[in-house]
Design a protein around this ligand. Structure first.
Ligand SMILES: [Zn+2]
Ligand SMILES: [Zn+2]
Length: 281
């Protein structure tokens, strides 16, 4: 069975996220290890790291992933690229200290640059980061994006191209975001569409590289390149792929992370729906 979880707030201290996740009955969780909207982050104190590791050990959580800062753009201009490389290296270092299993990354944006040059820059940035953090062993999961405004990573083929450019480094993986895939035009709302998506992932990157899923419904239209997250079953996707995913033996022990809004049914309501789907699909 997949590991059900949600993106959890670290308000009040990183270890508080573990308490919140456990109260919700999560099997996995995603956190920000620092403010995702700021470049500067303070280092972790021994007290923080110790409290997190102790809480994690005594919890029932089987997997924790971190989501990298939204400011990072490894395909940006040289100034942004340099800051982004340093920021992702620091993020990987924090994950290693905390015992976090992997970091999820938005691959980057070409902005005004030609996409080919941006992809090459992205590959070079990732190479430098992977080489510079080899001893940590922390995987970097490239998230599938909706593709608005020059954002890279909106097709599985493009993620496969990147992995190929990096000689299929064993630390590279994929975080498949169903809301973003729908925004990028993939038919994920039907049984056939879900199966075609899984076949495509299998063919292009291999299912063992799909190390995390993000789930939420999408308020927009399929292919409109926008990712407007909403509660499961209240957008254009419906509940079919969510039910299929959480019951899919091919994703046994893979974290499936809710990125739904915190209002209305909230994480508790969406998790309850997932548990019901997992039992009945
Ligand atoms: Zn993301
Ligand atoms: Zn996501």
């Amino acid at each position: 069975m997949s590991l059900l979880g949600a993106h959890i707030s670290v308000s009040g201290g990183l270890h508080r996220a573990i308490e919140r996740a456990c109260a919700l009955g999560c099997e996995a969780m995603q956190i920000f290890t620092r403010n995702p909207l700021q470049w500067q982050g303070k280092g972790l104190s021994e007290g923080e790291t110790g409290a997190f590791r102790r809480a994690l050990l005594s919890s029932g959580l089987k997997s924790v992933v971190s989501h990298a800062s939204y400011l990072i753009n490894l395909a940006g201009d040289s100034h942004v690229r340099r800051k982004s490389i340093d920021a992702l290296k620091a993020e990987i270092g924090r994950c290693y200290q905390l015992g976090v299993d992997a970091v999820v990354l938005h691959p980057g944006s070409s902005r005004d640059a030609p996409p080919d040059a941006a992809r090459e820059a992205l590959a070079a940035s990732l190479k430098e980061i992977l080489d510079g953090t080899d001893e940590t062993g922390v995987p970097v999961l490239l998230e599938t994006m909706a593709g608005q405004g020059g954002v890279l990573g909106s097709t599985i083929e493009e993620l496969a191209w990147l992995m190929e450019a990096l000689d299929w480094d064993k630390r590279l993986g994929v975080c498949a975001d169903l809301c973003h895939l729908f925004g990028a035009g993939v038919d994920v709302g039907t049984e056939g569409g879900y199966e075609r998506l899984v076949s495509s992932l299998s063919r292009h990157v291999g299912l063992d590289r799909v190390m995390c899923w993000h789930i939420s419904d999408n308020k927009g239209e399929r292919g409109d390149r926008v990712d407007r997250h909403t509660h499961l079953g209240s957008g254009g996707i419906g509940i079919v792929p969510f039910g299929m995913l959480v019951a899919d033996p091919r994703f046994q022990d893979t974290p499936v992370i809710l990125e739904t809004p915190k209002d209305g049914p909230g994480d508790a309501g969406n998790l309850a729906l997932l548990r019901k789907l997992r039992g009945s699909w």
